[in-house]
Design a protein around this ligand. Structure first.
Ligand code: ATP
Ligand code: MG
Length: 568
C-alpha cells in the first residue's frame, strides 16, 4: 500500500496551536494518539480522527499511538479490537509498536487514585447512583456535599483497598474526586472515578471488580504515554477542566487537550451505539454491510483508503458541527476510481440481440482501452459474436423524443465493435415482454468507426457477447436512510423507521465480459456507463461472482454545489 503522503498540509487551527507550542517551547515534539473504545467498529467519523492524529504525527515528525480506551467491561470485545487494528492499517497508518490499552494502566491508575486520596483530593462515597444524581443539583442550583465527603484519609485508603479486594457488593461504594459541589460545571461536582462492578473484562478477565470511569482514565492514559496533544471531539470541551484538574493535582506530564467538530455525514448515522442497533436488529447484514458508514463497510463497498483520506483532507478541521453531504465522499471515491479502475463492459439487465447478418459460429475480437485516464493500463481483447447482450434500458420500442438509444429502425454504435440497426422486435406472445431484438450490422463500421458515407449515430452502447459472457450477481446500493439527518426526527418517531427500503437491490444474472472471470476479491472496476463496482470480499467466489456497486457515475456533489445546497 502507498504510504499516505500529504505534500502540502492544509493549515488549520490545530496546526496553529501545535506551531505555537513548538515556537514557545511548551512542547518540543508532537505525540498524538487515536483512542477508540473497542465497543464497535470504526466509522467514517473515526477515519477523520485517525487522519488528523496520524497526519499530525507524520507532518511534524512525531509519533501517534493506537490506544484502546477499554474501561467499560460490559461493551468491549476483542472482535472490536481486531477490527479497529485492521481498519487503521487498511486506511494506511502505522502505530509501529505503540499499541496500548487503558486496561494495562489499571494498576497505575489505582496508584494515582491512592495519591489523590492521600492528598485529600478523593474520597470513598456510599451514596447510591440515584442519590449521587440527586445530590449533584442542577445547572441552575448547586449540589449538596455527600455526607461521606469528609472521611479521613486513613478511612478512605482502607475502604478503597477493600473495594478493590471485593469486600463490597456492586454499586455499594464509589471513589469520587473532591472538587466542588457548587461548580457551575456539573462535571466538577465531585465526579466518579471508580465503580464496583463484577464484570468480566475481555482482557483483564476477573482481575478487577473496580473499574475506572472514562473521565478518570482518559487524561491519565494520555499522560502516561507522553502524549503532547490530546485531540478529541467538541463534546469533551466541558470535560477539559476536569482532566486538567486531575493532571494538575497529580503533578504529572500534562498534555494539551484540543477539541474539534465531529464529522456528521448525511443520510446515515455515525454512532457506534446506533450502528450496533442496526446490526443487532438485522436491519443490515453486519458491521461490514456495504451500506454501513463503517470503514469495513466502505471497504467492502469498494471505497479506497486513498479516497477516504482525501475526503478527510477536503473537509478539514473545524470547530462548528455540521453535516457533510455523502455526495462529497462519493465524489472523492469516484475521483480516485476514475484514475485507477479498469473499464470493462457489463450488462446488468440483459436483453438478447441477434445480429442476423453475422455468421453463426464466427468470433471477432476487438481491442478495448482499459483506462483512458491511464495509458499504462493498456488494452484488452473483447470477443464479438452473432448473439449479444445489451442493457434492457438501452432499448425502447416507442421512444420519446430525447431517447437516442436503440429502437425499431434506429442505428446505434456498439462500443469498439460495429454499428447495428434494429430490424425486428421479438416478444413473448403471452406477456408481450420484449425478449429479443433482431438487428443487422454494417461491416464497414468495424471498430465502431463511422462508415465511408459519413453516417453518424447518436448513441454508443455497451454489450457482451452472449456465448462468452460470464454471469454475476450485482448488488446496487442507495443511501441507508431516506432523509439527510435521521436524528432530526419528531418526538416519538423511531429513527429506524427512516431507513431506506430501497437501499439494497440485488440483480442476478448480470452478463460480464469474459475477462472478469478471474476478478479478485476487492478488485475495483468501472462498468462502462453503469458505475464503479467492486468484487465482494466476503460473498464472491470463483464461478459465482458477486459485485457491489461502489458509486454511480453521476456526480451528485457537482449538482449540489451548483445549486448552492451543499451547506444546508
Ligand atoms: P461513537 O459516538 O460513534 O461511539 P465515540 O466518540 O464514542 O464515537 P470512540 O471510540 O470513543 O467513539 O472514538 C475514538 C476517537 O474517535 C475519539 O478521539 C473520538 O473523538 C473520535 N471520533 C469519534 N466519532 C467521531 C466523529 N464522528 N468525527 C470525528 N471524530 C470522531
Ligand atoms: Mg466514546
Amino acid at each position: 500500500m502507498d504510504e499516505p503522503t500529504n505534500p502540502k498540509p492544509k493549515s488549520n487551527f490545530i496546526r496553529d496551536i501545535v506551531d505555537e507550542h513548538l515556537r514557545t517551547g511548551r512542547f518540543s515534539r508532537v505525540h498524538t494518539r487515536f483512542p477508540p473504545e473497542p465497543n464497535g467498529y470504526l466509522h467514517i467519523g473515526h477515519a477523520k480522527s485517525i487522519c488528523l492524529n496520524f497526519g499530525l504525527a507524520r507532518d511534524y515528525n512525531g509519533l501517534c499511538n493506537l490506544r484502546m480506551d477499554d474501561t467499560n467491561p460490559e461493551t468491549e470485545d476483542i472482535e472490536y479490537v481486531n477490527s479497529i487494528k485492521e481498519d487503521v492499517r487498511w486506511l494506511g497508518f502505522d502505530w509501529e509498536d505503540r499499541e496500548y490499552y487503558a486496561s494495562d494502566y489499571y494498576e497505575k491508575l489505582y496508584e494515582f487514585a491512592v495519591q489523590l486520596i492521600k492528598q485529600g483530593d478523593a474520597y470513598v462515597c456510599d451514596l447510591s447512583v440515584d442519590q449521587v444524581r440527586e445530590y449533584r443539583g442542577t445547572v441552575t442550583t448547586p449540589g449538596k456535599d455527600s455526607p461521606f465527603r469528609n472521611r479521613s484519609v486513613t478511612e478512605n485508603l482502607d475502604l478503597f483497598s477493600r473495594m478493590r479486594a471485593g469486600e463490597f457488593p456492586d454499586g455499594a461504594k464509589t471513589l469520587r474526586a473532591k472538587i466542588d459541589m457548587a461548580s457551575p460545571n456539573m462535571l466538577l461536582r465531585d465526579p466518579l472515578m471508580y465503580r464496583i462492578r463484577r464484570e468480566h473484562h475481555y482482557r483483564r478477565g476477573d482481575a478487577w471488580c473496580l473499574y475506572p470511569t472514562y473521565d478518570w482514565a482518559h487524561g491519565q492514559s494520555d499522560s502516561i504515554e507522553g502524549v503532547t496533544h490530546s485531540i478529541c471531539t467538541l463534546e469533551f470541551e466541558v470535560h477539559r477542566p476536569l482532566y486538567d484538574w486531575f493532571l494538575d493535582r497529580l503533578g504529572v506530564h500534562h498534555p494539551q487537550q484540543i477539541e474539534f467538530a465531529r464529522l456528521n455525514l448525511s443520510h446515515t448515522v455515525l454512532s457506534k451505539r446506533r450502528l450496533l442497533e442496526l446490526v443487532e436488529g438485522g436491519f443490515v447484514s453486519g458491521w461490514d454491510d456495504p451500506r454501513m458508514p463503517t470503514m469495513t463497510g466502505f471497504r467492502r463497498r469498494g471505497y479506497t483508503p486513498e479516497s477516504i483520506r482525501s475526503f478527510a483532507d477536503i473537509i478539514g478541521i473545524a470547530r462548528d458541527n455540521s453535516i457533510v453531504d455523502a455526495a462529497l465522499l462519493e465524489m472523492c471515491v469516484r475521483e480516485h476510481l476514475n484514475r485507477m479502475a479498469p473499464r470493462v463492459m457489463a450488462v446488468l439487465r440483459p436483453l438478447k440481440v441477434v445480429i442476423t447478418n453475422f455468421p453463426e459460429g464466427r468470433v471477432e475480437e476487438f481491442e478495448a482501452v482499459n483506462n483512458p485516464e491511464d495509458a499504462s493500463a493498456g488494452t484488452r481483447k473483447v470477443p464479438f459474436s452473432r448473439e449479444l447482450w445489451i442493457e434492457r434500458e438501452d432499448f425502447m420500442e416507442d421512444p420519446p423524443k430525447k431517447f437516442f438509444r436503440l429502437s425499431p429502425g434506429r442505428e446505434v454504435r456498439l462500443r469498439y465493435a460495429y454499428f447495428i440497426k434494429c430490424e425486428e422486435v421479438v416478444k413473448d406472445p403471452k406477456t408481450g415482454e420484449v425478449t429479443e431484438l433482431r438487428c443487422t450490422y454494417d461491416p464497414a463500421t468495424r471498430g465502431g468507426d463511422s462508415p465511408p458515407d459519413g453516417r453518424k449515430v447518436k448513441a454508443t452502447l455497451h454489450w457482451v457477447s452472449a456465448s462468452h459472457a460470464i454471469e454475476a450477481e450485482v448488488r446496487l446500493y442507495e443511501t441507508l436512510f431516506t432523509v439527510r439527518d435521521p436524528m432530526d426526527v419528531p418526538e416519538g418517531t423511531d429513527w429506524k423507521s427512516l431507513l431506506n427500503p430501497k437501499s439494497l437491490e440485488v440483480v442476478r444474472g448480470a452478463k460480464l465480459e469474459p475477462g472478469l472471470a478471474d476478478a479478485r476479491p476487492e478488485s475495483r472496476w468501472q462498468f462502462e456507463r453503469m458505475g464503479y463496482y467492486c468484487v465482494d470480499r466476503r460473498d464472491s467466489k470463483p464461478g459465482a461472482l458477486v459485485f457491489n456497486r461502489t458509486v454511480t457515475l453521476r456526480d451528485e456533489w457537482a449538482k449540489l454545489v451548483s445549486s448552492g445546497r451543499e451547506n444546508k
